[in-house]
Design a protein around this ligand. Sequence first.
Ligand code: PMP
Length: 310
Amino acid sequence: MTSYAFFNGKLMPLAEAKIGIMTHAFNYGTACFEGIRGNWNSDQEQIYLFRTQDHYQRLLNNCRLLKISIPYSIDELCQLTVELVEKNGYREDIYARPLAYKSSQVVGVRLHDLENDFLIFITPFGPYLDITNGIKCGVSSWRRIDDNMIPPRAKISGLYVNSALAKTEAVDNGFDEAIMLTHDGHVSEGSGENIFLIMDGKLVTPSPSDNILIGITRDTVIKLANWELGIETLERQIDRSELYIADECFLTGTAAHVTPVLEIDHRKVGNGEVGSITKRLQDLYFNIVQGRNKKYIDWCTPAYTKRVKA
Ligand code: PMP
């Protein structure tokens, strides 16, 4: 089966979508990107794209930060994504990767006087972490990069070296995922996920000023906890030691969904099993992202416009 990408302003076979070795973004990391999940609903034979508009709003904001201009509105970007998913025709969970980048083939570190381009590719994508049995995390020796260095909120390609260092260190040390601290030692986030603790029946999560990416899954969970479970979320600075005394912990992200954390730095979180609030949020979330909850259907875009089962 041929896979397709959106590249140079048109849909084309993925195998033909190539960049030159001098491309600025490839050399200097001058790009920003998104990750959008398409969740396969086998009953309806449908892929539901989750909160696509919000992902593209974030991308366009981040383009401003990197001085990248792309000639598409949010609605056009959503439409392009639907067309691409439809063209690929996968019948499983997928991940769409839109990327806006400095495309000039030129040497010289800067953001100005460079051409910009935009692409999207799609890949089949199952669970990223063990969402059923939970994972083990280790606090990283690599600190989260600061807003005044490379803004973590901007999902900038080059920034992900920080995440890659932390992730590989964690895996080399026998953990599944890293938890990074800010330069002043407060909890920030995972290598590709936001983090939540549950303490005294409330959700606690780092605030945007703790150098996090302001996740769309994070926002979803905060809203569902409040609207569906009546649980409040505190966005505040979190000390490292709070990781060791929390009742429950989970990570959120487009790739990670809602992933329970059962151990941190060789200490059990709570009783070492998937926590009850985590489980309730997970169940709510999965139902919604697969387009099974009418109340939240506005968050889901059906990609297969022509083939949907009645
Ligand atoms: N933090 C980082 C560093 C990430 O890469 C991601 C994944 N996009 C997240 C958090 C979660 O963000 P979202 O829920 O929008 O995918």
